[in-house]
Design a binder for this molecule. Structure first.
Ligand SMILES: *[C@@H]1O[C@H](CO)[C@@H](O)[C@H](O)[C@H]1NC(C)=O
Ligand SMILES: *[C@@H]1O[C@H](CO)[C@@H](O)[C@H](O)[C@H]1NC(C)=O
Ligand SMILES: *[C@@H]1O[C@H](CO)[C@@H](O)[C@H](O)[C@H]1NC(C)=O
Ligand SMILES: *[C@@H]1O[C@H](CO)[C@@H](O)[C@H](O)[C@H]1NC(C)=O
Ligand SMILES: *[C@@H]1O[C@H](CO)[C@@H](O)[C@H](O)[C@H]1NC(C)=O
Ligand SMILES: *[C@@H]1O[C@H](CO)[C@@H](O)[C@H](O)[C@H]1NC(C)=O
Ligand SMILES: *[C@@H]1O[C@H](CO)[C@@H](O)[C@H](O)[C@H]1NC(C)=O
Ligand SMILES: *[C@@H]1O[C@H](CO)[C@@H](O)[C@H](O)[C@H]1NC(C)=O
Ligand SMILES: *[C@@H]1O[C@H](CO)[C@@H](O)[C@H](O)[C@H]1NC(C)=O
Ligand SMILES: *[C@@H]1O[C@H](CO)[C@@H](O)[C@H](O)[C@H]1NC(C)=O
Ligand SMILES: *[C@@H]1O[C@H](CO)[C@@H](O)[C@H](O)[C@H]1NC(C)=O
Length: 405
């Protein structure tokens, strides 16, 4: 209550600016959970808000440096909710209601000393997003989806389950606007529909050794990742690794704006008459609608005049698309949607009739789709926390502003 009064006083000091101000920030909303202060933090060229702007219940914890295993700094604090059957909600003040990447990160790091990584539920807009199993990997666990919210103040909630009796926690939360103007092509995941959430299964960088992500490459590098996606290197034994020397900032020209570090590496069969086989494991064995994106690109140098690469794309023996790269520098982004899948699916890239060069594959993204019947309007609880956000960010604005004086 004391906090509320103080914050309301601040809000009245800022006056009319209060209501609209937060929207300046929220193309990239990055929330570091468990930070207690009211100033932003900077890691790897990114600015993170402490979640104390957004959340006033639960408890915070810093993971001891002995237990965290070289995880990124944003993973070393968390907020946990001992009153586990409450829905513990963040309201995200977004710039608009177009497509966003929503990502939540969880790193247990034995913060409670019990060596019992919990299992709990994560919700987006009042609907089930994921079941978080914090022992699913040794390191951090992520859940990511792409979605165009109906509300520009969509909620992200955590809730424990009776059957597990676990305490939910969260390490970070991000919402990144998928700005179509960031690509020369003006198409970003163009076949994704409103009202459907696309859950990330894999986002792979073939032929490269590095994890490609935005902080790693730096925001100023226009050729690199600008949409806050993580591209995971996918070593494939038995294939040739190709690396193209980039002659231009090529990725921006294509749909979804693939970063140059992803499209300038690829795999290719060691024998030109053979195919590339990529198995994809979906998290459940129930039938699902998949959204698959394949990135093909070559940059062979202008002496390679006969650069035809003709490929057929199959999903489980069904031919889906023919791809032809005809010039020494050319590419194509292929989206397959909807693809009905179940369990494991094989994507095959085969040499097609008349090809001069063997098939190649530079990158791949795989999602599965769920309908998200988001809550129509927010409850009173959300309203209160939303007012905290508005004034919280005002306060931040004041401190930033004063900092410049
Ligand atoms: C952390 O990284 C350093 C250097 O990369 C390495 O020597 C060390 O073993 C790592 N520690 C853990 C716990 O993985
Ligand atoms: C969580 O993951 C661990 C490790 O993979 C597994 O043993 C356990 O059964 C999972 N728990 C649930 C509830 O799925
Ligand atoms: C963007 O690229 C896709 C293929 O990747 C193409 O179908 C579409 O026409 C392009 N859009 C524009 C505006 O160039
Ligand atoms: C989805 O909704 C947004 C904003 O509400 C709108 O601009 C966009 O055109 C819609 N897209 C489709 C495919 O209906
Ligand atoms: C931060 O951005 C600059 C400029 O883009 C870049 O040179 C630097 O490598 C980036 N640092 C990190 C840690 O990503
Ligand atoms: C390509 O790289 C992967 C892992 O980085 C490796 O397993 C594979 O053997 C390499 N291929 C060749 C032909 O060297
Ligand atoms: C390449 O593959 C084809 C068909 O699988 C086979 O006939 C041929 O002998 C292979 N060539 C080499 C050099 O392995
Ligand atoms: C390209 O190579 C193929 C096979 O090696 C050959 O049949 C074709 O005539 C070549 N085309 C040109 C334009 O050189
Ligand atoms: C996918 O490929 C694997 C190994 O090549 C095979 O065992 C499996 O049956 C294939 N699955 C389908 C659905 O074709
Ligand atoms: C391959 O292309 C040639 C010439 O375009 C055509 O005569 C032949 O029938 C094609 N083969 C197949 C299997 O499509
Ligand atoms: C959240 O957004 C919806 C739709 O834009 C609106 O009806 C509702 O009043 C908003 N809630 C708050 C707390 O602003």
């Amino acid at each position: 209550m004391e906090k509320l009064v103080a914050v309301l006083l601040l809000a009245s000091a800022v006056g009319g600016r209060a209501a609209s101000f937060p929207f300046i920030f929220n193309y990239f909303l990055r929330i570091d959970c468990g930070l207690t202060g009211k100033t932003t933090e900077h890691y790897n060229n990114q600015t993170w808000f402490p979640d104390s702007f957004f959340m006033d219940h639960g408890k915070t914890k810093q993971i001891s440096s002995e237990t965290h295993r070289n995880v990124s700094q944003v993973m070393t604090t968390l907020r946990y909710f001992p009153n586990r059957e409450d829905k513990n909600c963040y309201s995200l003040p977004l710039i608009n209601t177009q497509k966003f990447v929503f990502r939540a990160g969880f790193y247990y790091g034995n913060y409670d000393g019990k060596s019992q990584p919990p299992v709990f539920d994560l919700f987006l807009g009042g609907q089930q997003w994921a079941t978080v199993n914090s022992s699913a990997t040794d390191g951090p666990v992520y859940h990511e989806l792409m979605y165009a919210p109906k509300n520009d103040n969509i909620s992200v909630c955590l809730m424990g389950r009776k059957e597990y009796g676990d305490t939910p926690f969260i390490s970070y939360l991000e919402a990144t606007y998928l700005d179509e103007d960031a690509t020369d092509n003006h198409t970003v995941y163009g076949m994704m529909r409103n009202g459907t959430a696309y859950h990330l299964v894999a986002r792979l960088n073939f032929g490269g050794h590095d994890q490609v992500l935005e902080p790693w490459s730096g925001m100023e590098d226009v050729c690199e990742e600008r949409l806050n996606r993580y591209w995971t290197p996918q070593p494939m034994s038995g294939y040739t690794n190709l690396t193209f020397v980039p002659t231009s900032c090529s990725g921006a020209a294509y749909e979804n704006r693939p970063p140059n570090s992803v499209i300038n590496t690829a795999i290719s069969p060691t024998n030109a008459s053979q195919s590339i086989y990529v198995p994809i494991n979906f998290p459940t064995t129930t039938p699902q609608s998949a959204y698959i994106v394949l990135y093909f690109y070559q940059d062979l140098g202008s002496k390679n005049l006969n650069a035809t690469r003709n490929m057929d794309v199959y999903v489980d023996h069904v031919m889906r698309r023919n791809v032809k790269l005809q010039t020494y520098r050319s590419g194509e982004v292929v989206t397959l949607y909807p693809v009905l899948v179940q369990g494991t699916v094989n994507v095959t890239i085969s040499p097609a009739n008349g090809t001069v060069l063997p098939p190649l594959l530079n990158g791949m993204e795989v999602y599965y789709a769920t309908e998200l019947t988001e809550e129509a309007s927010s409850s009173g609880v959300f309203k209160i926390s939303y007012s905290f956000i508005v004034v919280g960010v005002c306060q931040l604005f004041l401190s930033v502003f004063l900092g410049f004086l």
